[in-house]
Design a protein around this ligand. Structure first.
Ligand SMILES: NC(=O)c1ccc[n+]([C@@H]2O[C@H](COP(=O)([O-])OP(=O)(O)OC[C@H]3O[C@@H](n4cnc5c(N)ncnc54)[C@H](O)[C@@H]3O)[C@@H](O)[C@H]2O)c1
Ligand SMILES: [Zn+2]
Ligand SMILES: [Zn+2]
Length: 416
């Protein structure tokens, strides 16, 4: 991180914040600006910037992520500057690169992170430099209907901010040569530093290694929360997990920790099925087998109590629904492109009293659930460190996304 000179910082503020008349220090005299920049300074940082989606594979040649020096403004009211220490690569980053789920460009992607608080902005409570933190990929306003109902994953202003690639106030802190750069899910973690809303941050135990802590920011809260919060699995129930990436294998570990009776794991890759057996699956099935659903129904006395879809493929959700028993629940955490549709037997929903539930961010309250799940990890009941395939550097990011697209990996983690 290098500070930007006061004059350059002032010009950047004018360019980026020109439309926000109330925001100091834009309209302060230059002398005050010089004072202001002494404690709240724009800095230059290294970051992986996605400027164009849909580039062809292999990414080692088309290089969708450019490792660039960009400028990062200081934290504003309620925001925190975090030094990023580790970032996991999630399928939701990959679909930003492919363009399957479009993002405002240019953007710094990466949303499954852990780091150290470097500086706090005005009106920040409960965080201080040196704290170890994990950001959740949805901030929360605390005031909208969803937040008041205890469902912060669905916070309405945060959803607008995430779709727009901004922080909660509708602006960005990232820019380069006067052009704004967007933040992925309010985190923008493939970077040396990030400015993040305090409402997204959860303080964690300092003894947890950063590369393991990062996984709790997305794969773990999503996969574990889908089983514990959304499905509310009871001991002895049978659970199937369809799609065994970082999210699905977290669901599998959660089913085991919750005392599920029979755990079934399903994927299209035999290597994933082998890992699932190592992690506690009782039976595994390859989804490319045309009899896969029939065989699972036969092995579970007419279907599983709970099926969790974590593949992000319509076919996987259809299979998950078909392998769910009468009275059972199918949960979907997968996020395909917005045009994807599924075909289900309408009759069975009412006639068999079946439930189909969506699960976003594992229906979690991050400040409650991340410390709980970390506690389970520390007790050895949620060995999510087993999901980490390897650690990588900035220069290896594009190749790591090739491996994620080829399904040759679970969680590779950028370590800084
Ligand atoms: N709901 C949320 O809050 C949330 C959060 C994070 C990620 N996601 C989504 O969850 C999904 C999984 O993410 P990930 O990072 O674990 O992905 P991943 O790419 O690491 O894993 C996906 C797995 O699904 C398998 N798969 C693909 N098609 C299949 C099929 N038809 N049947 C069975 N298995 C199949 C793949 O082989 C792979 O092992 C993605 O869609 C991602 O965008 C959702
Ligand atoms: Zn994710
Ligand atoms: Zn809200």
């Amino acid at each position: 991180m290098r500070p930007v000179g006061p004059l350059q910082g002032f010009l950047n503020y004018q360019l980026i914040h020109a439309s926000f008349a109330v925001r100091a220090p834009v309209w302060l005299p230059y002398s005050c600006m010089l004072l202001a920049t002494q404690w709240r300074q724009t800095v230059k940082i290294k970051a992986a910037v996605l400027r164009e989606s849909g580039r062809p594979r292999p990414y080692t040649e088309s290089l969708p992520l450019g490792i660039e020096e960009v400028e990062l403004d200081p934290p504003m009211t309620g925001e925190v500057l975090v030094q990023i220490k580790a970032v996991g690569l999630c399928h939701s980053d990959l679909v930003a690169i492919t363009g399957e789920r479009g993002k405002p460009l240019p953007i710094v992607i990466g949303h499954e992170a852990a780091g150290i608080v470097a500086e706090v902005g005005p009106e920040v409570d409960g965080f201080a430099p040196g704290d170890h933190v994990v950001p959740s990929f949805v901030a929360n306003c605390g005031r909208c209907d969803m937040c008041r109902e205890g469902r912060p994953a669905l916070c309405q202003p945060a959803s607008v901010a995430n779709s727009s690639g901004t922080l909660m106030d509708g602006t960005t802190r990232l820019h380069h040569n006067g052009s704004r750069i967007h933040h992925h899910s309010g985190v923008a973690a493939f970077a040396e530093y990030a400015v993040i809303s305090q409402s997204a941050l959860v303080k964690i135990d300092r003894s947890v290694p950063f590369e393991h802590a990062a996984l709790f920011g997305c794969a773990v809260i999503t996969g574990v929360g889908a089983v514990i919060n959304t499905a509310d699995v009871s001991p002895g129930q049978s659970v199937a997990v369809v799609g065994l990436g970082g999210v699905g294998l977290s669901s599998l570990l959660a089913a085991k920790a919750a005392g599920a009776g029979k755990i079934i794991a399903v994927d299209v890759q035999d290597a994933k099925l082998e890992l699932a057996r190592d992690l506690g699956a009782h039976e595994t099935f390859n989804a490319t087998d045309p009899d896969c659903v029939a065989r699972i129904r036969a092995a579970t006395d007419g279907g599983v109590h709970i099926a969790v879809e974590t593949a992000g493929a319509p076919r996987a959700l259809e299979s998950a629904y078909q392998m769910t028993r009468r009275g059972g629940t199918t949960v979907t955490a997968g996020l395909p492109g917005p045009e994807a549709t599924i075909t289900l037997q309408h009759f069975s929903l009412a006639g068999e009293e079946r439930s189909l539930k969506g699960s976003y961010m594992g229906s979690c309250v991050p400040s409650r659930d991340i410390p709980r799940y970390i506690g389970l990890f520390q007790d050895g009941r949620l060995p999510v460190d087993r999901l980490m395939s390897r650690s990588i550097s900035f220069d290896e990011l594009n190749g790591a996304f090739d491996r994620l697209a080829d399904v040759n990996t679970v969680r590779e983690v950028l370590v800084l």
